[in-house]
Design a protein around this ligand. Structure first.
Ligand SMILES: Cc1cc2nc3c(=O)[nH]c(=O)nc-3n(C[C@H](O)[C@H](O)[C@H](O)COP(=O)(O)OP(=O)(O)OC[C@H]3O[C@@H](n4cnc5c(N)ncnc54)[C@H](O)[C@@H]3O)c2cc1C
Length: 460
């Protein structure tokens, strides 16, 4: 499917340097951050401008070659594994911040802009872009939109979809489609912006994104509540939400994760704590003071044995950086790290955490649990070695059970990591057969040759 003629066409359209056919290059883009079998693409291309991106899409469609767009490949659901070979399209060179509009509070970006660089550029202009995936130092905004990424601030500020005002994208014919735009209100036509958010590269290729910006909070207060009982910590999460306080961030770490992260980051986390809650409230200074006092009171009432309030921004950042390093820290412990994304209604967090303990014991596995507990989004992380076939079977059974429990508790298969290849087989358990068939019909109409990221989300 990646014939000599197609490669020649790519070279003409993009220049020879931007068409990578060497074996090492092709292997480098055969996998992503999910623990799945790699698949080697026939060729890797790197458009350096938006027009080049459009040409690539059309050339692939004309040749019937599968096309997998890749931002930074940090997705955890196999979204960038080119399962049926074909062409991997890198967006790294499409990395211009086209506009940060401080009058109308929006920005326009190319899809390859790195999330943290964008957030810093916005901050430098006195504004705020809240979505902050743990991978923000490397992930791209195109990848964030295509995965509808969340982050530590999702509880109060929402996820990527809450900031996407519009998108430009290429359809399979290489036609440019424009949806949404600069205005806060825009109901023109079908909600194609909504369709593209979370579409994981299966329905079109994003070329420009309009993002909403907000004023930064005037004040913030971060604290760490230390528990010697996991159940008490998880019940505190539910209690804070039930008390109608919405912290910007409310993160949970179990003892295994605390010790592993501390070993890696030396941020001063209490390694003897059974569980930690990292909580930040932000907003108007008076409200911050009031909310922080209420949160402290609730933590104590639910058995926190100590509460440490960050003295200054440096102390606060140290702890947040440590939290963001949780996955990388856990990944050092064993050859294979399986990070899951099961999400439940917040009131069910205690039940989910209890169930995870039971699953770890039942399948004799090490599971470190951390995550965005305030929005019900936990990341049970199984540390294993995929080369051990017997253990790997237990891991697969444990993962099946994690999702069964999450769904039984009224939860979802994915809070933020998408479905990709990894969870396509579970989709019907959460939705219906009809949902899958409807999605496939939509895909067939928009991508009749099935070239856009085949096999992702709705399976074959
Ligand atoms: C350490 C670590 C921490 C993480 N923490 C979080 C977290 O807190 N929250 C969270 O939500 N996720 C998290 N993730 C997952 C991941 O970072 C996100 O899914 C992120 O949005 C992926 O961005 P990316 O640029 O790496 O995209 P990629 O992985 O390259 O691509 C993701 C998907 O988007 C598609 N895509 C990319 N660009 C385009 C485009 N231009 N047009 C159409 N489709 C496109 C791809 O085809 C693929 O299906 C984490 C991952 C790691 C490794």
């Amino acid at each position: 499917m990646t014939t000599h003629a197609l490669i020649k066409d790519f070279q003409e359209a993009l220049g020879k340097d931007n068409v990578l056919g060497a074996e090492a290059d092709r292997y480098a883009y055969s996998y992503d951050s999910a623990v799945l079998e790699p698949a080697v693409p026939g060729v890797v291309v790197r458009p350096t401008d938006v027009a080049g991106l459009g040409k690539v899409v059309k050339l692939c469609n004309d040749a019937g070659a599968p096309l997998t767009v890749r931002g930074s490949g940090t997705n955890l659901s196999g979204g960038t594994i080119p399962k049926t070979g074909g062409v991997v399209v890198l967006t790294g060179a499409l990395n211009k911040i086209l506009e940060i509009n401080t009058e109308d509070l929006y920005a326009r970006v190319e899809p390859g802009v790195i999330t943290a660089k964008f957030a810093a550029a916005v901050q430098a202009k006195g504004l705020f872009y809240p979505p902050d995936p743990g991978s923000q130092a490397v992930s791209t905004l195109g990848g964030n939109v295509a995965e509808n990424a969340g982050g530590l601030r999702g509880l109060k500020y929402g996820v990527t979809k809450d900031y996407v005002m519009g998108v430009h994208f290429f359809d399979t014919d290489g036609e440019l489609i424009k949806a949404g735009g600069r205005t806060v209100k825009c109901v023109t036509g079908l909600n194609l912006t909504g369709l593209m958010v979370g579409s994981e590269g299966t329905l079109g290729v994003l070329s420009e994104i309009f993002l909403k910006l907000v004023p930064p909070p005037a004040a913030a207060k971060a604290m760490m509540a230390i528990f010697d009982d996991v159940e008490a910590a998880s019940q505190t999460v539910s209690a804070i939400i039930a008390a109608k306080i919405v912290p910007a961030t409310l993160e949970f770490l179990d003892n295994f994760t605390i010790r592993t992260v501390e070993d890696f980051s030396h941020a001063g986390l209490p390694i003897d704590a059974k569980a930690l809650l990292l909580i930040e409230v932000d907003g108007h200074p008076a409200m911050v003071a009031e909310d922080a006092a209420k949160v402290e009171e609730l933590c104590r009432a639910h058995g926190a044995k100590r509460i440490q309030v960050a003295k200054d921004a440096a102390e606060r950042n140290k702890v947040w950086e440590a939290r963001r390093a949780a996955l990388s820290a856990l990944a050092r412990v064993a050859p294979t790290t399986v990070l899951e994304d099961a999400t439940v209604p917040r009131s069910q967090i205690p039940a989910m955490i209890k169930a995870l303990d039971g699953i770890a014991a039942k399948y004799k596995l090490t599971i470190g649990t951390f995550g965005h507990a305030g929005d019900g989004n936990l990341h049970p992380t199984i540390l294993t070695d995929k080369r051990n076939a017997e253990e790997w079977r237990r891991v697969e059974d444990a993962v099946d059970e994690i999702f069964d429990v999450a769904l039984a508790l009224g939860g979802t298969l994915s809070g933020e990591h998408g479905i990709g290849l990894a969870k396509a087989k579970y989709l019907e358990k959460e939705t219906t057969r009809g949902t899958i068939l409807y999605s496939r019909r939509l895909k067939k109409a928009l991508d009749p040759k099935g070239i856009l990221n085949p096999g992702k989300i709705m399976g074959e």
